[in-house]
Structure formats: C-alpha cells, structure tokens
Write a protein that binds this ligand. Structure first.
Ligand code: 2AM
Ligand code: CA
Length: 252
C-alpha cells in the first residue's frame, strides 16, 4: 500500500509540474463564485481514481472534483488532486497533492506531495511521519516564538463571521505568520516543524485528512476550535500539544 501510494502520488506530481507552465485562461473555470478549478485538477484526480480503481476495485473514493464513489466501502481514499489551486494557477510553487486512506473510519496512511518543492511527506498510523524518508516531528515552540500559518477559504465563501477576527487576535502574539494557500502542505509543514502551528475554518475533509494524520503521527495535536474532534466542520487547529492548548483560547 505504501509503495502504491508513494509511486502514484509522485506520478500525479509529474503531471502537475508538466502542465503548470502550459496553463492558460481557457483551462480555468470558476466554481461556486470565487473558487477556481483547472483542467489539471480534474486530470490529476482522474489519474488517481483510475489507478485506485485498477488496483483496489472494492475501495471507495472521496475526491474534491469527482465526488464520492462506493460510499459504503471499508477502505476509502480521500483525494485533493491539487490543494492550493490558486497558487498553482498563478505559477507559484506552494501547492500539493493530498491523499489519505481511511480504513473503518480511521485514517490509516497518508501522503502530501509538493512536486514543485520536491517534498514528499508520508505517514502511517502507529509508524510515524516522514519527509523524503526521514522521520519528522512537530516543533516544541510556544506561542510567543511560533510561526503559524492559516488561510481564508471562508472569505472566498463570503462568510461574514470569518477568519480575520482570529487572525487579528493571534498575529500580535506570535513571531510571524504565513499564508501560502495549501492547507494540506501547511499541516505537513507543522508535522516537520517548518511551521509551529496551523488553524483555519471552512475547510473540507479532502483538504485536511492527510495533513491530520501527518501531524498526529509527528506527535502533534489536531482538534476543532473547541478542542474536540469535529474538524474540519468546527474549524481546525494543528500544532504541538502545548501550542494547540495556547492557541485555542484565541479561537473562541
Ligand atoms: P483548494 O486549493 O483545494 O481549493 C487555503 O486557504 C485552503 O483553503 C486550501 O486548502 C484551499 O483548497 C481551500 N479553499 C480555498 N477556497 C475555499 C473555499 N471557498 N471553500 C473551501 N475551501 C477553500
Ligand atoms: Ca483542490
């Protein structure tokens, strides 16, 4: 399963790299207002779906572009073919492919690949998390020395009660903030300590499934804005356990 996942996500990354430079306006569509999707999002998801259907025909798939198939299966792949489509469309490098495998409602394996950065993350339940084959762990930093990352999916959805409130509360209390546009990669960066923490609201399962297993297997704590397990529906926070506890009061 590990070899299957890593080889296919690498191939998907090659598609992204090869196609990014060729993208034109005609390759981009708007879905629900201000959210964009490119022909490569669809192509990459189609590629991964075909590979999975070929190898594991009785597994289910939840994908951002293709929806849910075989909803009742015990094994289900959760795919975001391009997380950070806006960055991708604008020729930037901070985008990723996110794939997680859920078995009986528990995340079992996950990979986040950033092809333009050459960074391949992998985690398996109980076995730890890895970047390019090297074991990784979350940082030990506290709030006043932390680099946090977040995003504004809620603004593009037109939410009135949005992330600007939390952003304004947290930014003055930390070392610095990053906002690069891929929640999956943000969480992978928390898992390896490049970032200390991440929070966001209005994300979907396919944005965070792989990242959540990476952070958990790297020793971090992932929860919703109340400290519970209803993420991403009730917001999501990911950091080392002490830092997650420090961030939570600012998200009430
Ligand atoms: P995407 O690139 O797959 O759309 C950045 O803030 C994160 O939010 C990314 O993971 C992005 O995923 C997601 N995102 C962007 N716009 C969104 C929207 N309107 N609703 C939900 N998620 C969104
Ligand atoms: Ca996407």
């Amino acid at each position: 399963m590990r070899e299957f996942l890593l080889s296919r996500i690498r191939e998907a990354g090659e598609i992204c790299r090869a196609e990014q430079v060729k993208l034109q306006d005609a390759d981009v569509e708007y879905k629900h207002g201000r959210e964009i999707v490119t022909r490569v999002d669809r192509q990459v998801e189609m590629f991964l779906r075909e590979q999975i259907n070929d190898r594991y025909p009785d597994h289910g798939i939840i994908g951002e572009e293709g929806g849910t198939t075989l909803g009742g299966a015990s094994h289900c792949w959760i795919i975001d073919p391009i997380d950070g489509t806006t960055s991708y469309r604008f020729g930037q490098s901070y985008y990723s492919i996110s794939v997680a495998l859920r078995v009986d409602n528990e995340l079992s394996a996950a990979s986040v690949y950033a092809p333009a950065l050459g960074q391949l993350f992998y985690a398996q339940r109980g076995d730890g998390a890895f970047l390019d084959g090297v074991r990784i762990s979350v940082s030990g930093r506290r709030l006043n020395e932390a680099i946090l990352s977040t995003g504004f999916a809620c603004l593009r959805s037109g939410w009135q009660d949005n992330n600007l409130k939390y952003f304004n509360r947290l930014v003055p209390r930390i070392l610095d903030i990053r906002r690069c546009g891929s929640a999956a990669l943000d969480m992978a960066y928390v898992a390896c300590g490049k970032y200390d923490g991440f929070w966001e609201l209005n994300l979907n399962l396919y944005d965070i499934a792989a990242g959540a297993l990476l952070v958990a297997e790297a020793g971090g704590r992932v929860c919703d804005f109340s400290g519970g397990g209803s993420y991403p529906e009730q917001g999501i926070v990911a950091a080392n356990p002490g830092l997650t506890a420090e961030i939570l009061p600012y998200l009430r």
